[in-house]
Design a protein around this ligand. Structure first.
Ligand SMILES: Cc1cc2nc3c(=O)[nH]c(=O)nc-3n(C[C@H](O)[C@H](O)[C@H](O)COP(=O)(O)OP(=O)(O)OC[C@H]3O[C@@H](n4cnc5c(N)ncnc54)[C@H](O)[C@@H]3O)c2cc1C
Length: 373
């Protein structure tokens, strides 16, 4: 009898895992806390790397469909200082090895590729328990429970499955992002939108930055980044969004109005995204029948652009090991032997890049990074 596989979390990692298993005729069930695929906006661009994300999409049999989602021309990158002076300007590359796609569209592709009923939406896992006879019991927020032989935590930063393997917890990196966007207000900020260029603008200085992406349809989405202690986040009140944005703008005193307008004219509810990371090089001892993929295993700052790529790659790699080896422990050992060095390298680069972006040498350190990549 085939063993039952429970995947907690329908992010890019869990979805890729389920999809690759299904392409090999292996069933799995995903338990997802959100009520549906559209509950939470998934916006933002991801560049999908040739050696990780694209490999995973090929394994999932979705590479050709992925190519139809690529946004050519949006991978341009520009670095400016606080005055808006351009220090680095890389035009879009139509043949880029790291094409950009919209995260929501990519997730939709994966969701739609699964056999109907694979994802149990509205199933927030509140606890997981190892059974003495083997296997796991998952309990859900509304009180029901289910059993599975194999348990995979694909449940992101605050994984409920991770404590079965390690006591490690994410630690605040000291950098906080606040999501901003120009939707209807884009007409009033034409000069600022032009300053972004055709892709991503990075206006950086020690301890702060404004990062904005211009979509082909003209609208703009981005982040304000600030190095701040955790308590500072509690002092920002977005109950009145425009007052909150003004408070943020005070942090950019002396910056070019072309840049600060992207922030002050933002017309969506600002969203705080403190950047957390798990310890670099995190590993754990093998625990029968359970493992992690994606952020649950190796949450890192977004500054190597690897998190989503690795989540998909982990999912595809784990699926291939489960298909290859009939002995589950052999499969999970083989997966983790590759997972640990791969994620350790990326986490180390991400941590270094966070310092490069908002450390005391910015913006020149960012220019150097792009010049040498
Ligand atoms: C600001 C920002 C920018 C980024 N930019 C990039 C980038 O350019 N490139 C890149 O590669 N990466 C980027 N990342 C990182 C990337 O977003 C993550 O690494 C990636 O989403 C991880 O995928 P995942 O499937 O592991 O987890 P997630 O995407 O977090 O998915 C986890 C899923 O589990 C569900 N879940 C959580 N808890 C439970 C529970 N208890 N029960 C049931 N379901 C649960 C969640 O609802 C969610 O659907 C960025 C991250 C941030 C914060």
């Amino acid at each position: 009898m085939q063993k039952t596989i429970a995947i907690v979390g329908a992010g890019l990692g869990g979805l890729t895992l389920a999809r690759v298993l299904q392409t090999h005729g292996v069933a799995a069930t995903i338990y997802e806390g959100e009520a549906s695929a559209t509950t939470r906006a998934q916006g933002g661009l991801l560049d999908i790397h040739e050696v990780t994300g694209q490999v995973a999409l090929r394994a999932a049999g979705l590479y050709e469909e992925f190519r139809t989602l690529v946004r050519p021309g949006e991978d341009a990158k520009r670095v400016v200082d606080r005055h808006g002076t351009i220090l680095f300007d890389m035009p879009a590359d139509p043949g880029s090895a790291r094409p950009e796609v919209d995260r929501g569209e990519l997730r939709r592709l994966l969701v739609d590729s699964l056999t109907p009923g694979t994802i149990r939406w509205d199933h927030k896992v509140t606890s997981v328990r190892h059974l003495p006879e083997g296997g796991y019991v998952l309990t859900f927020a509304e009180g029901s429970a289910t059993r599975a032989d194999i348990l995979i935590g694909a449940d992101g930063a605050w994984s409920r499955v991770r404590p079965l393997l390690t006591p490690a917890k994410p630690v605040y990196s000291g950098t906080c992002f606040i999501e901003i966007a120009l939707a209807s207000g884009v007409q009033d900020c034409q000069a600022s939108v032009a300053a972004i260029g055709s892709g991503t603008l990075m206006a950086v200085a020690p301890d702060k930055g404004i990062i904005a992406h211009r979509y082909a349809d003209g609208h703009v989405r981005g982040y304000v980044a600030l190095n701040k202690p955790e308590e500072w986040m509690r002092s920002i009140d977005f109950g009145d969004p425009s007052a909150g944005l003004r408070q943020l703008a005070d942090e950019f005193d002396g910056w070019s109005p072309l840049l600060t307008a992207i922030l002050t004219q933002s017309d969506v509810k600002p969203w705080l995204r403190p950047i957390y990371a798990l310890p670099v090089g995190l590993t754990w001892d093998r625990v029968p029948g359970v493992t992690l993929v994606g952020d649950a295993a190796h949450l890192m700052s977004p500054f190597a652009g690897e998190g989503a790529n690795l989540a998909m790659y982990d999912g595809a790699d784990l699926a291939s090991k489960l298909v290859e080896h009939s002995d589950i422990e052999v499969a999970l050992t083989a997966y983790e032997e590759r997972l640990f060095p791969r994620s350790g390298d990326a986490a180390s680069r991400s941590a270094q890049n966070l310092e490069i972006f908002f450390g005391q040498e910015a913006p020149q350190s960012v220019v150097n990074l792009f010049d040498h990549s």
